[in-house]
Design a binder for this molecule. Sequence first.
Ligand code: TXA
Ligand code: MG
Length: 344
Amino acid sequence: MTPHPPPDPVSAGPRLLTPGPSAVAEAVAALHAGALIGLPTETVYGLAGDATNPDAVAAIFAAKGRPSFNPLIIHCADWSAASALGQFSEAARTLAQIHWPGPLTLVVPRSQGSPVVPAATAGLSTVALRVPAHPVARRILETFGRPVAAPSANPSGRLSPTDPRHVIQGLGDRVALVLAAGRTAVGLESSVVDCTTDPVTLLRPGAITLEMLIQAVGAAVTGAGADRNDPAQRPRSPGLLLRHYAPTKPVRLQARDGFTPAEALLTFGPNPFLGHGARWVRNLSARGDLAEAAANLFAFLRDADEDEQTTAIAVAPIPETGLGVAINDRLSRAAAAAGEEPDA
Ligand code: TXA
Ligand code: MG
C-alpha cells in the first residue's frame, strides 16, 4: 500500500512525500528520468537534478529563473565520489576531512573528464562540491550513485526554503516531488570556500565560520566584500550578488526604535526591547542562541513577507560573531534596495 495516489504526470502536480524506502525509490527514479526533486539537506532544501544530464541541469536553471552564469553546487555521497570530480589541494583535502559530511562547499578545479555537464558549473574551470550530512540527502545520493546538482529550491534571488512547503510555494510543479523531512536544522546555506586561492577564501559565510577554517588549515581570508562592492568585476562567486535571499518587502536593519504599525519586527536575545508600535514582534532566539536564530531566520522573514498588513520588516541588531556573521550577511543582502544589482 502506498500512501499516495498513483502518479499522474498531467494532473498530479508536486507532492510532499514522507521519506521512507518507497519515497526514496520514487525520488531516485525521478532523478534517473531527468526530473527535479525537492531534497532536504541540513542547511536548506535543494532543487536536485542529475548533474550529468544536460536536460535536468537546464531544467534547474529554468525552474529557478537563474542566470546561466551562476554555477550550481554539486552534491556527492562521500569523499570518494567528490574527489573524482575535482582536484583537491592539501587545504581542500583537510577541510573535506574535517567538515564533510556537513554544511561546507569547496570550490576546486574541475577534474579532466568529469561527467558533470559544463552548464552546471556555468562553463567555469572550477566546481563547487559538497557532501551533505542530512540522512535523507545521503540516502538519495548513495542510491542514485551519480553527482546531483542542487541549488537552494527557491526562485532566484528569493529566500531559501527551510520547510518542504516553501519548496512547493516557490516552485510549484517544477518539482516532481519533495522529500518532506521537516524544517532544516541549520537554516542558512552552506559556507562556500574557494580552495583555488592560497590561503583559501570564504566566499559565502555559513555554519562553518572563518575561525573554523583558520583552525583547520592555519589561514583563510574572506572574499565576499570584494565581490559585493565592485559590480563591474565579475564576482568570483557569481551568486554572491548584493541583493539576494530577499523578501519582497523592504527590510530595515539595526532597528532599535521608530517602529510603525505597518512594520513587523524580528528581534534577538533574552532582553529584547519591546518593539513598541510595531505590528508584531517575533524573537529569533529569546535565549540569544545564534544557531537557533539562523534556523528561524528565513521562516520568520517569510511570515513577515506573507502577512498582508505588514509593509516593511525591521530586524534588531544581531551580534557579528560566530554564526551571526552569516546571519548578518544574509540580512544585508535582503535589505539591499531592489535594482542596485541584478538578482541571481
Ligand atoms: O546549503 C547549500 O549550499 C544549499 C543546499 C541545497 O546544498 N545550496 C545552495 O546552492 O545554496 P545555491 O546554488 O543557491 O548557491 C550556490 C553558491 C552560489 O553563490 C554560487 O555562485 C556559488 O555557490 N558557486 C557555485 N559554483 C561555484 C564556483 N565554481 N565558483 C564560485 N562559486 C560558486
Ligand atoms: Mg540559493
